[in-house]
Design a protein around this ligand. Structure first.
Ligand code: AR6
Length: 169
């Protein structure tokens, strides 16, 4: 059962948790931003495993091992690209959080850290994204009272995002 949602500001690749979430693209074959940082820190074995997964749909999530990361697993999810807000972006973003929690839970993860999915290269406004993230978490844990997940960490990479999470939690 979840104790509380924590906030951490810094590099997600340093966290020793059961799983870190990657803000990937649908190829799952790497990219810039947090995706690039995770692949660099995990090593080439991560890309080799990702090649076997045959991509991932927007809003869905797939899991791999963490290889050279301190985290045991990487949960790769694909956030929506922001197109103004009338293209299902919010539902897709919330789905990323929900599916990542489901996949983590199915693999026995007790601690999971999330970057601010879609708020970098994909252009999702940071405030709207933070609200959707927190809402998705609260909905998930309201529906999964017996969850094995004990710790969720929302990772901010800038002071602005940290402040948004602090206000929402
Ligand atoms: N630790 C924690 N957060 C980070 C880190 C890090 N090391 N690096 C960046 N962030 P982005 P997206 C934050 O662009 O918007 C890739 O090319 C960053 O400040 O990584 O979902 C993929 O392959 C921002 O708040 O992901 C896709 O093509 C957040 O992580 C595309 O980018 C997400 O920014 C996905 O774009």
């Amino acid at each position: 059962m979840i104790d509380l949602i924590q906030i951490y500001t810094g590099d997600i690749t340093l966290l020793k948790v059961d799983a870190i979430v990657n803000a990937a693209n649908s190829s799952l074959l790497g990219g810039g931003g947090v995706d690039g940082a995770i692949h660099r820190a995990a090593g080439r074995e991560l890309l080799a495993e990702c090649r076997t997964l045959q991509g991932c749909a927007t809003g869905d999530a797939k899991i791999t091992k963490g290889y050279h990361l301190p985290a045991k697993f990487v949960i790769h999810t694909v956030g929506p690209v922001w197109h103004g807000g009338n293209h299902g972006e919010e539902e897709l973003l919330k789905s990323c959080y929900r599916r990542s929690l489901e996949v983590g839970e199915a693999n026995g993860c007790r601690s999971i850290a999330f970057p601010a999915i879609s708020t970098g290269i994909y252009g999702y406004p940071k405030e709207k994204a933070a609200k959707a993230a927190v809402e998705a978490m609260k909905e998930y844990f309201a529906e999964h009272q017996e969850s094995v997940i004990e710790d969720v960490i929302l990772v901010s990479f800038d002071a602005g995002t940290e402040q948004l999470y602090l206000e929402l939690l």
